[in-house]
Design a protein around this ligand. Sequence first.
Ligand SMILES: Nc1nc2c(ncn2[C@@H]2O[C@H](COP(=O)(O)OP(=O)(O)OP(=O)(O)O)[C@@H](O)[C@H]2O)c(=O)[nH]1
Ligand SMILES: [Mg+2]
Length: 325
Amino acid sequence: MVTRRNADPTTLFDAARAGDRVALPRLLSLVERGGEGARAVAAIAYRSTDQAYTVGITGAPGAGKSTLTDQLIVRARTRGLDGSDRVAVLAIDPSSPFSGGAILGDRVRMQNHALDDKVFIRSMATRGHLGGLAVAVPDAVRVLSAVGIPVVLLETVGVGQQEVSVAAATDTTVVVVNPGWGDAIQANKAGLLEIADLFVINKADRPGARETRRDLDQMLDLTQLGDWRPPIVETVASSGEGVDELWTAIGDHRAHLAGTGALESSRRERLAREFHQILVARVEERIDTLLGDDRAAAVVADLAAGSLDPYEAADRLLGAMLPEA
Ligand SMILES: Nc1nc2c(ncn2[C@@H]2O[C@H](COP(=O)(O)OP(=O)(O)OP(=O)(O)O)[C@@H](O)[C@H]2O)c(=O)[nH]1
Ligand SMILES: [Mg+2]
């Protein structure tokens, strides 16, 4: 099947659902670029009731996230969550938004699946997307869901606040740490402990795994937990050891969420947060427009002259943008 270069989103969706390998990347490019194209794609994607199960894999740089993801692809293919064998991976690297070295590395590491048409792998940048990663990623997941992909693995480097919140915005969040003194403590400092549904001690072939487990257990003991205590799984991603157990643990967490109704409620909360992000981004955009206006110049002049305080100035300007009902 050949999709025209300038095909509209509806045509691209139809083609992607029919298995066209070119249509899906194009839809995701539209999402990344933002603007009208992204809106047109969202208008279709969000009408679909299909929702992929999302698994976030996060941790410090070099923890083995890509190697682990590569292994999880194999499990998703052979032991899919609902007997399905399709899977997508979104690799998000905030430090290299324009396809830098790390992303290239991920591609190479997942090369084993390059010819498998049931596996879709994509690095994501946000370029012009209004609302940034926090909105672009859920949009991309919706697109993947709408074309019938049942499982999406999301690799994110857990560094900044935004990356951590993207990683957390998944059904199951896997936090990867390594053996060795202080790794679990670093993860805690980075805010990763709070978001973990599951811990992986990867590189368990190296010394110190037992100490890391003890650190994690101690920290969990000090944390207010709900009705789910994050299990700790040891893996050697480079050999595949422990990955079956990890996949089982992911399935257990999913069953727990589904059984308690938390899956539905947390998805609703995430959608509300996404909506909030979009509103904030939109209002910010309007503020920028407003500040370029003559009226804004007058308000700023009054502010500088001392005849207005900043709060009055804000009232004045917002009154022009959001007239009170
Ligand atoms: N010894 C050992 N090495 C591993 C294991 N898993 C991964 N590695 C190696 O660790 C290095 C980093 O692995 P990646 O999978 O790229 O780690 P990452 O977390 O994706 O890295 P970034 O995406 O750059 O943050 C590679 O050289 C892997 O081969 C493991 O279980 N044991
Ligand atoms: Mg990686």
